[in-house]
Design a protein around this ligand. Structure first.
Ligand code: PMP
Length: 410
């Protein structure tokens, strides 16, 4: 239903995104790859532009006016993001994105702690960014990895997942929302079960933060990772939220400037968290842009964003269900606006290439989720992912183009 979001002028929202009015191959662009990266509103582009034009300086190291302005704007962005996620700003480590955030947990929390015989639990639907760091940790510590499986709708099998949470499990890492299936996992309940058993939980929120009102404090996890470029913000921005007690105990991941209080050749006193984990010059302009993105999303209201995307998803799912030979991967009742599919007799890359010639941008491939592809026995799928700035007409144009190109491939 579109009703809760009806108060918003979505055509005006769309007009805020300059890129969406361009053409591709002589056709109006239909951008359906927002799970890969989101498009940016004028407000975000302007914030980055304004920083470089009027305020550019490094953060925290200069007492001059520009240095103060840059530092205030950068720390202001941290505060905005913290409020958006309902966490404390001093528990929010700013970094380049989810990949960095998960590696930070792997290297600073897991590597020093795990021992031979310990176990890490992952799920079948994880992105490689939430698999490979744990494999690297397992290789170096002698820990093993166990996998929670999914059912035919693409939901986690919770009974099987809980049966894996045995005493040797030290860490559970799972995605909040699957980038392939769209499944929204009940992370609050799962993290509560982990916590009851003394297991530390890490949630990959890459695909949740752009689409859902988040309350990380209420989830009850130990770590939560996000990436800014999928939230209408600039690339190279993201964050790790961690419980304060973990941040206090974790050794720094990277050493350098900014993360220290005092350096002598005999030894270094590290800065307090979160700065202890932010060595070197950060992506200042990027985070100022992310702050603007958070303002933009907050002004829309994440509940409106979610309702709008749900309506687009329902419309697209209905239309795609009419396409002969089309199979959708992931039909969980609680699902974000991501549709992975294959059409009988057509290779995913051929479909995506021909759709591109029609102006429709979808992704084809393994979506950095090889184990999920193996589960389905396919090398690749097509994936159309929707965002609040898409329109119902675009969904119709996509389905019409799909019907046209599938006939060419038949
Ligand atoms: N996890 C999930 C579920 C993702 O969709 C992505 C991005 N495709 C990532 C992790 C990695 O995010 P980033 O490349 O921004 O670090």
């Amino acid at each position: 239903m579109n009703a809760p979001a009806a108060a918003i002028d979505w055509a005006a929202v769309r007009a805020d995104f300059p890129l969406l009015s361009r053409e591709v191959h002589g056709k109006p662009l239909v951008y359906l790859d927002s799970a890969n990266t989101g498009q940016k509103p004028e407000a975000v582009i302007a914030a980055v532009d304004d920083f470089y034009r009027h305020h550019n300086a490094n953060v925290s190291r200069a007492v001059h006016a520009l240095g103060t302005e840059a530092t205030e704007a950068y720390e202001g962005a941290r505060g905005k993001l913290a409020r958006f996620l309902n966490v404390r700003a001093d528990e929010l480590v700013l970094c380049s994105g989810t990949t960095f955030a998960l590696n930070l947990v792997a290297y600073s929390w897991a590597l020093p702690r795990l021992r031979p015989g310990d176990a890490i639990v992952l799920t079948r639907m994880e992105h490689h960014a939430n698999i490979v760091p744990w494999q690297l940790v397992a290789q170096r510590t002698g820990a093993i990895i166990k996998v929670a499986e999914i059912d035919e709708l693409g939901r986690l099998d919770l009974a099987q997942l809980y049966s894996l949470l045995t005493p040797e499990v030290k860490l559970l890492a799972l995605t909040h929302v699957s980038n392939v299936l769209g499944t929204v996992n009940p992370v609050r309940e799962i993290c509560r079960e982990a916590r009851k058993r003394g297991i530390v939980s890490v949630v990959d929120g890459s695909q949740a933060a752009p689409h859902r009102a988040l309350d990380i404090a209420a989830i009850g996890c130990d770590f939560y990772a996000i990436t800014g470029h999928k939230m209408s913000g600039p690339t190279g921005t993201g964050a790790l939220w961690a419980r304060r007690e973990h941040l206090a105990e974790m050794p720094p991941f990277l050493g350098g400037g900014e993360m220290i209080k005092e350096v002598r050749f005999e030894g270094t006193v590290f800065n307090d968290a979160p700065h202890k984990f932010e060595a070197g010059t950060p992506n200042i302009a990027g985070f100022i842009g992310l702050g603007a993105a958070v303002d933009y999303l907050s002004a829309l209201g994440m509940h409106h964003v979610e309702a709008r995307e749900q309506a687009l998803l329902d419309h697209a799912t209905r239309a795609l269900s009419q396409v002969p030979g089309l199979r959708i991967f992931g039909q969980a009742p609680d699902k974000a606006a991501v549709i992975s599919f294959l059409v009988e007799g057509a290779h995913a890359h051929d479909l995506a290439t021909l759709l591109d010639l029609e102006g429709v941008a979808i992704r084809s491939g393994h979506h950095c989720a090889h184990p999920l592809m193996h589960h389905f026995g396919v090398p690749a799928t097509c994936r159309a992912s929707l965002a609040y700035y898409n329109t119902f007409d675009e969904v119709d144009a996509f389905v019409a183009a799909l019907n046209k190109v599938r006939k060419l491939l038949a």
